[in-house]
Design a protein around this ligand. Structure first.
Ligand code: GRF
Length: 193
């Protein structure tokens, strides 16, 4: 049944939905085994329920450190045999506990052509600089902010007079196709060992 994925998200979950759609139509041969979310009110939690995906919602404030909650998450990931952690709008940096256990098996999507515009509000940063081309990057996660090895990228043109919403829409359309495709191309367990 392909690889087992855990999606980590904090927000709307449009990428989560796109991944679920790709799984259902067979273009992504994977099993989304778990959604991990750090915000109880995030819409992605409802989306996971609609898709009948097991969900872990945790409040980071209830733990004394990042290592403490990551330890708990790691046990859960390992007991479910999760192959890849897919970050889809997860608004927290991943710490050494998960990074060491899942080296080259944590993937992120970022709404710019990295290394340009890392961090928060990448679309706002791009508009501020008046760029004519921005885009989407999928990369492995390392201990920096949006700095890990790039797996794939796709460009998006910014036309004269494009509003922020217009650029965001174009970026999302690209994300929803690119992310499932890149996940499908990730090495399966036997090859990555
Ligand atoms: C996406 O734009 C992604 O690139 C960024 O966070 C956003 C998540 O959006 N990392 P959604 O929750 O999947 O709609």
């Amino acid at each position: 049944m392909g690889m087992k994925l855990a999606v980590f998200a904090s927000g709307t979950g449009s990428n989560f939905d796109a991944i679920m759609k790709a799984v259902k139509n067979g273009t992504l041969e994977a099993d989304v085994s778990l959604l991990v979310c750090d915000k109880i009110e995030a819409s992605v939690v409802k989306k996971a329920q609609q898709h009948l995906i097991d969900t872990v919602v945790f409040n980071p404030k209830c733990y004394e450190s990042k290592a403490a909650y990551e330890e708990v998450l790691l046990k859960d990931l390992q007991s479910r045999g999760i192959d890849y952690v897919i970050l889809a709008g997860f608004m927290r940096l991943i710490g050494p506990t998960l990074l060491e256990a899942y080296e080259h098996r944590i993937v992120n999507i970022h709404p710019s052509l990295l290394p340009a515009f890392p961090g928060k509000d990448a679309i706002g940063q791009a508009l501020e600089k008046n760029v004519k081309v921005t885009g989407v990057t999928v990369h492995f996660v390392d201990n920096g902010m949006d700095t890990g090895p790039i797996i794939d990228q796709e460009a998006v043109r910014v036309e004269e007079g494009d509003t922020r919403e217009a650029v965001q829409k174009k970026i999302q359309q690209v994300e929803h196709k690119l992310y499932p495709r890149v996940i499908q191309s990730l090495p399966v367990k036997e090859e990555s060992l």
